[in-house]
Design a protein around this ligand. Structure first.
Ligand code: GDP
Length: 304
């Protein structure tokens, strides 16, 4: 009897990096996130029908391999509050942090906070010196200021990549995307196994009048599929619809591909762990166990 051809064992393969943008208020985080997204979707047939779902993915040409496209996932929840709230829950979502500093203002209190958060998370940082179109812009001063906080730009012999930008005028965006790919390859090489049991993180969740609980998830291992029974924090349910950041229905979500799912029985928290269960009964059981663990923890801490 001829041996059956054995399936190649699935294993980890490269996945897109997940990038968070941080920095002082008004330094241009939202403008930058919008500019990157617009620059990338304008040519597509669905251009313009973008949805804010808390994360999005873009395709860029690989700077080291012309003609090959690479993907980058951006968390579209600017501000370090979301970042630290997630980290406080143990969520390790981000691979790279982009620190936005306005070239006219320079380093401000929340810039320093962001630097501290990024260092605590231990992720590589890319500095985006923004607003270089402005009259008072002084990018050199920004780089000098950074060294005072132990952030050493390459130009000063360190290893932190820096980019000059005008998010408003769309200048320097390609340079930033290229550096993200280079840092990804040099420092993280993110991998995931698309055929592993699916897990991930809740990015954001809310109740929508028409659709019920709307939850954005980012898969870190495995592939989430339509109809899967899932647990998110202490909520559970069966996925009855799945939509990407362009509002398109999708059947499955591989690692680092942000999607919105419908079908949970409650609103989970940003940073909650997400997993696929064997069936809905198992999902309910896991959710209930998590809820009772949390209760026990709370009672325990009250006794102390
Ligand atoms: P955030 O608070 O960091 O998200 O900052 P925003 O993206 O909301 O930007 C704050 C203000 O700075 C807005 O009025 C933007 O239009 C402006 N802005 C952002 N990027 C640039 C830029 O590159 N050049 C100029 N001149 N203004 C910018």
């Amino acid at each position: 009897v001829a041996a059956k051809p054995r399936q190649k064992p699935a294993g980890p393969v490269s996945r897109p990096p997940v990038v968070t943008i941080m920095g002082h208020v008004d330094h241009g985080k939202t403008t930058l996130l919008d500019a990157i997204r617009k620059a990338r979707v304008v040519d597509t047939e669905h251009g313009g029908i973008t949805q804010h779902i808390g994360a999005y993915q873009v395709s860029v040409e690989d700077p080291t391999n012309a003609g090959t496209m690479r993907k980058i996932t951006f968390l579209d929840t600017p501000g370090h509050e979301a970042f630290s709230a997630m980290r406080a829950r143990g969520a390790q979502v981000t691979d790279i942090a982009v620190l936005v500093v306005a070239a006219d203002d320079g380093i401000m209190p929340q810039t320093i906070e962001a630097i501290n958060h990024i260092k605590a998370a231990g992720v590589p940082m890319i500095v985006a010196v923004n607003k270089i179109d402005k009259d008072g812009a002084n990018p050199t001063r920004v780089l000098t200021q950074l060294t005072e906080y132990d952030v050493m730009p390459e130009a000063y012999g360190g290893d932190v990549q820096t980019v000059e930008l005008s998010a408003k005028e769309g200048l320097g965006l390609d340079d930033l995307l290229e550096k993200i790919i280079l840092v990804t390859d040099a420092e993280i090489e993110p991998k995931a196994d698309p055929s592993a049991p699916a897990t991930g993180w809740v990015i954001e969740a809310e109740i929508d009048k028409g659709r019920g609980v709307v939850t954005t998830i980012l898969v870190d291992q495995g592939t989430v599929k339509m109809g899967d029974s899932v647990v998110a924090g202490t909520t559970f349910g069966r996925i009855k619809a799945m939509v990407d950041d362009m509002g398109q229905r999708v059947k499955d979500a591989p690692p680092a591909f942000p999607v919105v799912i419908l079908g949970l029985n409650g609103v989970p928290n940003a940073g909650d762990r997400f997993e696929v269960a064997k069936n809905e009964k198992a999902a309910r059981q896991i959710a209930e166990e998590r809820a009772s663990d949390i209760k026990e923890d709370q009672m325990g801490s009250r006794r102390v």
